[in-house]
Design a protein around this ligand. Structure first.
Ligand code: PLP
Length: 231
């Protein structure tokens, strides 16, 4: 695991150099879905304390295990409205705000608890049928809706790019995301800030960094292949 992390950190460094960016501006989020808490402890010992997860049940179990530590979780997978209540106070960022109904639910549950919930708006940048997320042209209306809901704070945007063996092919999508991100940053929506641009995974994070990502979500390259037969 240590070697994997070193490999990823070196690749982040190289991508930053290539793009003339500061390496401290890129946050590495290890994605621990399907992996054990013991695997996670390995990564924690390398100095990482925030993990990406995509299943509510798994977050609840791992949250319980790490309860008295400084470990934090980001919800990066699609979130069903009926499950919001279980994790709303257990994750520090929801990457997958992708519909008005989810927005309403988060607002409702956050208000009940008198808390502010940090979210990213997920964009379906390549308009894939198989993916969640808001279409580009609907984003401005969506942000207007967010500005009416006081317990939700949008911190930026997230996307899952289409998979290509050659990551170069994802570049146009990451570029589109950065343009969108910069455009919204100039607008003045209440409850909306553009601080986090979450894009890039094991196969395409270098290209994502070159195109302006400041949070990358890396699972396989750190933890190894996932075995879905065990869960
Ligand atoms: C699983 C997952 C990742 C990590 O994917 P890898 O290819 O294993 O790096 C990143 N983002 C999301 C939304 C995921 O579900």
């Amino acid at each position: 695991m240590k070697e994997n992390i070193e490999y990823v950190l070196k690749a982040i460094c190289d991508a930053c150099k290539k793009a003339n960016r500061n390496v401290d501006d890129v946050f590495l989020l290890p994605v621990s879905k399907t992996k054990s808490v013991y695997d996670m402890e390995d990564v924690i010992s390398s100095g990482f304390y925030t993990f990406g997860e995509n299943k509510v049940q798994e977050i609840l179990q791992k949250y319980e295990y790490f309860k008295n530590s400084k470990i934090k979780f980001h919800m990066i997978g699609h979130l069903q409205t009926n499950k919001v209540k279980y994790i709303i106070d257990k994750v520090s960022l929801i990457h997958s705000l992708d519909s008005i109904s989810l927005l309403d639910k988060i607002q409702q549950e956050a208000k009940k608890r008198n808390m502010i919930v940090n979210c990213l708006v997920e964009i379906n940048i390549a308009r894939e049928e198989s993916k969640y997320g808001i279409f580009e042209e609907d984003l401005f209306d969506f942000l207007s809706e967010i500005s009416k809901r006081d317990n939700v704070r949008v911190q930026g945007l997230m996307t899952v790019a289409p998979y290509f063996e050659d990551a170069e092919n994802t570049r146009i999508y990451f570029r589109k995301m950065k343009l969108l991100f910069d455009k919204i940053a100039k607008e003045n929506y209440e409850n909306v800030e553009m601080k986090i641009l979450s894009m890039g995974m094991s196969n395409d994070f270098k290209v994502a960094i070159e195109e302006g990502a400041n949070l990358i979500r890396v699972g396989t390259l750190i933890f190894g292949k996932r075995d879905y037969s065990k869960i």
